[in-house]
Structures are given as structure tokens and as C-alpha cells.
Design a protein around this ligand. Structure first.
Ligand SMILES: Cc1cc2nc3c(=O)[nH]c(=O)nc-3n(C[C@H](O)[C@H](O)[C@H](O)COP(=O)(O)OP(=O)(O)OC[C@H]3O[C@@H](n4cnc5c(N)ncnc54)[C@H](O)[C@@H]3O)c2cc1C
Length: 411
């Protein structure tokens, strides 16, 4: 199939889109435009193994350097796209160069939210999104340094664990009563709070940073002030207060944008020639029956195969359940499913919260919405099957580790 595809955003989702097209035999022109100077890489290690120095730099890249030329993909690194011209079927980059397309895939990812308080621009205040951010932060995390992490989300907590591993003194400032409370609810959020406290993290909850204060008269951070009236001395401040989808291009082009680029289950936007994948895609989900936007690695990895299929005229809606993972201290976990706006009624735990070896199930009306396996492995397929079965499961059997998960499926 000949034609021209332009992909804007050379992160994981962009790279997997061009791979998906070539894998399916697309033989037209493919241009991949990325604002960063690096070729596409994956971000999870930036707050874990790469930040801690245990993962090699080479291991984060999606493809070897010669893959793009070998697959006849024009990779334009360091090229930010400034505008989409829907009428002409072109994108315009910062140098004014126009690139024509028959299909356009938007994979522009997320932008970290910036700390908006006095002093947020001081040296030593770090946001973490790129490989360069991770390298800069790694150099700052040396033994004895005082690190304040602002925000108790996944990235903030992973950085806290990495900083403790490097021998830093670490405080985490969280607006909610518990870190991760909004994602997990209080039951499981408490487990993460205990994990961090037991590993020496000073958790400051129900408070926010109101100012970052320089050390003396200098331009380097010396402390942070909290709105509960206290302050914490700091050599490094890491901001982990979430991210927002980069939808400026799509919005300016007049595409339907609502907390992400709104796409159908085939990942086509309000202009069917334009598709969106990864963090920016708010996609109709056939199983969940609603639009969801998923800011996680597995979504950026897997959605592009659907986009490639759609471009090639195949009918393959994206129907995978949201999935993500984290590693913090000696805790590894996987989470699959989607609790959604209506929330859950109860959490059933199979295993032991205190030893942090368990599977937690979020349920509504007795049906499974989502589950998280903590230091328990090889169960994700069974959990997904249980969620998809929409079966009402007896709580006692769900909580009983002696009942294989597969036995809970309807016969
Ligand atoms: C530190 C960190 C740790 C993470 N850990 C985990 C984890 O443990 N588990 C998990 O499931 N998820 C994790 N994630 C989330 C996961 O990395 C993202 O969901 C994933 O990177 C999304 O991929 P993407 O390709 O959609 O976007 P991105 O990775 O953000 O890539 C988008 C690319 O598009 C480029 N771009 C943007 N605008 C333009 C433009 N106008 N022109 C050209 N290029 C442009 C950007 O520069 C960027 O390179 C983590 C994220 C971070 C930052």
C-alpha cells in the first residue's frame, strides 16, 4: 500500500507506529518527526533502573540506531512540529518545512506539570520527563543530599525510592492524606505510605509546597516552605505533580480535543485521516464502554498496532485493558483494569498486606473492575479474564489464595 504517513512525536508510541506500519507491509513514505534530539526511547527506567545507575543507556531505546534507515523511515530528530494544515494535508515544522501526508498520526505524549510557586525556577529544582532530566537528576542524587519530592504519584514515589537507594535524605510532600490515594483509594495507598516510611522517607501529607527558598543569597535551592507553616531543608527538589497531554497542535488544527485527542476505537480523530496514539489519545474503549485516556507505557506500546491497522484499512479496534507497573524498594507490582468515574464499592485482598505479597481486587456490585498484584507474578492473564467475564465472584473464594484464579471463571 503506497501513500504517505507522517507521525508527530518520536516517543514510544510514535516509534511503535512506524514499526507497526512496516510490519504490516506498508510500503509508502513514512516520516517520524520528534522534538527531542534523541531517537525514540522508553521512559519507565528514567525514574527506576536508569536513574539508579543499574540500567545501561542503550537499554532504553526502542530500536537500534540503524533500524530507522534500514526500514526506510525518515526519522527527523530535533524537529518540533508547529502546526497541522488539514486542508493541505501537511505538517509545518519550526523551520517552516512542510511535510505532506495522507495519514497523520499524533503521538505527542505528555508534558509534566510545572510547580507554580515562588522560587520554582531555582537551580536544583528538577522536573522528570526526558532522558536528559534523568541524567541531570542522577548526578544530583548523591549520599547525604537532602531531597524533597513534591507530589506522591508514581513517578514521585519511584524517585523517592531511587534517592533513598543513593543514600539521600528524602521527604515527600503530598496534598492528600496519603500518596496515591486518588488512584488506589485509602486501602492500598496506606500500603505504599508504610513502604516509604519503613524505608526512611519522611512523608508530609495534607500539605503543599508554597515556596522554594534559595540558600542564602544564591540561585540554588536551600529549603521549601509548606502551607502548614513548616519548612524542609533541601539540596534538590523533584517535582512530580502529574502531566498534561500535549494537545496544542490538535486543538489549533480544530480537531476534537477534550482531555486528550478524542478518537474512536480505531484511534481515528474527528478527522479520520488523523489518528492519535499513546498518552494523548482519549479513545473509545469497546469493553469499558467509554472513552479512556491512559498515561502508561503499555498503552503507548500496544495502541500503535491498531493505528497501523486502521491506516491500512483493517478493522482492529483497540480493546486492551489499561495496564501499568511500578518498582519501589523491594515492591514490584502490576495493575490491570479501570475503576472509572463511578468508583468501586470494596477492595478484596488475597494475601497479606503487611508482608506486601498480595493481589488486591477492586469491585463494584460484586464484579471486578481492576486488580493489582504486588510481589506476586504470572497472574495478569487470569485477572484480565476475570474482569472481562463480568462475573459476580464470591468474596471468600476471591480472597482465598488456595483457590486458583482460573477456577473463578464461569464454566
Ligand atoms: C519518568 C517516567 C517514568 C514512567 N514510568 C512508568 C512506569 O513505570 N509504568 C508505566 O506504565 N508508565 C510509566 N511512565 C509513563 C510512560 O512512559 C508514558 O505513558 C509513555 O512514555 C507515553 O508514550 P508516548 O509516546 O505517548 O509519549 P512520550 O513518551 O511523551 O513521547 C512523546 C514525544 O513527542 C515529542 N513531541 C511532543 N510534541 C511534539 C511536536 N510538536 N513536534 C515533534 N515532537 C513532539 C516529545 O518531545 C516526546 O519525545 C513513565 C513516565 C515517565 C516520564
Amino acid at each position: 500500500m503506497s501513500g504517505r504517513v507522517a507521525v508527530v512525536g518520536a516517543g514510544l508510541a510514535g516509534a511503535k507506529t512506524v514499526e507497526g506500519l512496516r510490519r504490516r507491509g506498508y510500503d509508502g513514505r513514512i516520516v517520524l518527526l520528534g522534538a527531542e534530539k534523541e531517537r525514540p526511547y522508553e521512559r519507565p527506567a528514567l525514574s527506576k533502573g536508569y536513574l539508579q545507575g543499574s540500567d545501561e543507556r542503550d537499554s532504553v531505546f526502542v530500536h537500534p540506531a540503524d533500524w530507522y534507515a534500514a526500514h526506510d523511515v525518515e526519522l527527523r530528530e530535533g524537529t518540533a512540529v508547529d502546526a497541522i494544515d488539514l486542508r493541505a494535508g501537511e505538517v509545518v515544522d519550526a523551520s517552516g518545512t512542510r511535510t505532506g501526508w495522507d495519514h497523520l498520526v499524533l503521538a505527542t505524549g505528555s508534558e509534566p506539570r510545572r510547580l507554580q510557586v515562588p522560587g520554582a525556577g531555582l537551580d536544583g529544582v528538577v522536573h522528570l520527563r526526558t532522558l536528559a532530566d534523568s541524567e541531570r537528576l542522577r548526578a544530583l542524587l548523591t549520599a547525604g543530599r537532602r531531597v524533597v519530592v513534591v507530589g506522591g504519584g508514581w513517578i514521585g514515589l519511584e524517585v523517592a525510592a531511587a534517592a533513598r537507594a543513593a543514600g539521600c535524605e528524602v521527604s515527600v510532600v503530598v496534598r492528600d492524606p496519603l500518596p496515591l490515594a486518588r488512584v488506589l483509594g485509602p486501602e492500598l495507598a496506606a500500603m505504599f505510605a508504610d513502604l516509604h516510611r519503613e524505608n526512611g522517607v519522611d512523608l508530609r501529607s495534607r500539605t503543599e509546597v508554597s515556596a522554594v527558598v534559595p540558600a542564602g543569597e544564591g540561585a540554588h535551592v536551600g529549603s521549601v516552605e509548606l502551607d502548614d507553616g513548616t519548612s524542609i531543608e533541601a539540596d534538590v527538589v523533584v517535582v512530580g505533580i502529574g502531566a498534561a497531554p500535549r494537545v496544542g497542535l490538535a486543538r489549533s488544527a480544530g480537531l476534537h480535543v477534550e482531555d486528550g485527542v478524542v478518537v474512536d476505537a480505531h484511534l481515528r480523530s474527528s478527522d479520520p485521516r488523523v489518528l492519535a496514539v499513546g498518552d494523548i489519545a482519549r479513545a473509545q474503549h469497546p469493553f469499558l464502554g467509554t472513552h479512556v485516556r491512559v498515561e502508561h507505557w503499555a498503552n503507548a506500546l500496544n495502541q500503535p498496532a491498531t493505528a497501523a491497522a486502521s491506516i491500512m484499512g483493517a478493522d482492529e479496534p483497540y480493546d486492551r485493558l489499561p495496564y501499568f507497573f511500578t518498582d519501589q524498594f523491594d515492591l514490584g507490582m502490576e495493575y490491570v483494569g479501570h475503576v472509572g468515574l463511578h468508583g468501586y464499592h470494596e477492595v478484596v485482598v488475597r494475601g497479606d498486606l503487611s508482608s506486601r505479597t498480595l493481589i488486591a481486587f477492586w469491585r463494584r456490585d460484586g464484579r471486578l473492575l481492576a486488580a493489582m498484584n504486588v510481589n506476586v507474578w504470572g497472574v495478569v492473564d487470569d485477572v484480565q479474564a476475570l474482569i472481562r467475564s463480568r462475573t459476580v465472584i464470591d468474596s471468600a473464594r476471591l480472597a482465598d489464595p488456595d483457590v486458583p484464579l482460573a477456577d473463578l471463571l464461569p464454566r
